[in-house]
Design a protein around this ligand. Structure first.
Ligand SMILES: C[S@@+](CC[C@H](N)C(=O)[O-])C[C@H]1O[C@@H](n2cnc3c(N)ncnc32)[C@H](O)[C@@H]1O
Length: 272
């Protein structure tokens, strides 16, 4: 990350690592019980000619899933703070002939778009990185047409709760406050703000289980998470943690055949 990219990241900010995001997505694809894209699409019901803004598009997971629903009159614009991830998203969009464009943008700054440009704005697993939640919600409202909709996806306070307990027990310390507060941010901060500034709010909860077949897959997934980065500070601590985790997970897999991590995310649909 260069200096310009990092200057706006505070305690809530996070510059997603290209490889780590792909690794988490890949694990979901291979071992999740359910498909989250199908769940989102069922709620959102994209019309072919819509103009969509994808906030924190990452490497283009939703650009691909949603962009495929658009016809030649529709367009999806992906924005992200990470140039690497945008480059990857661009390639995916081009390969799949999605009518998309991309913008390197920090959600803590105003967007350069005119008022009422979009039919639909999506923020999937990204809004909780914002420094100024109300400013961002108002900015989203400004960009939406009258009757346009916002869809926010992100963790409920119960997301991966059992696994976090397991992590805490193994490392023998409490989960860092910043991780807990980030996980609760949609519930504590964003839902009240959406209720204040939007109408016809509908909140769905998507429950999914990832069935890990072996320790290495859990390790790949967990070491690509913010909790891992925020709670394990030293190499020595990491080594002890990994040895203990391996032992516990392998015991569990021997008994049950798999090691499960339970996910729980909100899908919040709201209208301007
Ligand atoms: C967990 S990823 C989600 C990516 C994608 N929506 C998905 O679900 O696969 C979070 C994304 O938010 C982006 N992000 C974090 N802070 C940001 C900021 N201040 N401005 C713009 N994007 C940001 C990260 O770079 C990352 O791509």
């Amino acid at each position: 990350m260069n200096k310009n990219e990092s200057k706006n990241l505070d305690k809530w900010g996070y510059k997603e690592d290209n490889k780590k995001l792909s690794e988490r997505i890949d694990v979901h694809k291979r071992f999740s019980e359910k498909d989250i894209d199908a769940w989102m699409l069922k709620i959102i019901r994209i019309k072919g000619n819509e103009k969509i803004l994808d906030i924190g598009c990452g490497d283009g997971k939703q650009i691909l899933a949603f962009g495929k629903k658009l016809n030649l009159d529709g367009r999806i614009i992906g924005c992200d703070i990470s140039k690497n991830l945008l480059d990857k998203a661009k390639k995916i969009a081009k390969k799949n002939k999605i009518n998309a464009s991309f913008l390197l943008h920090d959600i803590n700054e105003p967007f350069r778009f005119k008022d009422k440009e979009f039919d639909f704005i999506l923020a999937a697993f990204s809004i909780y990185y914002a420094k100024y939640p109300e400013k961002l919600i108002l900015e989203i409202k400004r960009l939406l047409k009258k009757g346009g909709r916002l869809f926010i996806v992100g963790p409920t306070p119960n997301n991966t709760k059992d696994f976090w307990k397991f992590h805490s027990k193994i490392i023998n310390k409490k989960i860092p406050q910043i991780s807990l507060r980030r996980r609760a941010r949609i519930h504590d901060i964003f839902i009240p703000l959406i209720k204040k500034h939007f109408r016809n709010i509908k909140i769905d909860i998507f429950k999914n289980t990832i069935h890990f077949p072996n320790f290495n897959e859990v390790l790949k997934y967990h070491s690509a998470s913010l909790l891992f980065v925020e709670s394990i500070k030293h190499e020595k601590e990491k080594k002890i943690f990994l040895n203990k985790m391996k032992k516990e997970i392998e015991k569990n897999i021997k008994k049950k055949g798999v090691f499960d991590i339970k996910k729980e995310v909100y899908g919040i649909l709201a209208y301007k």
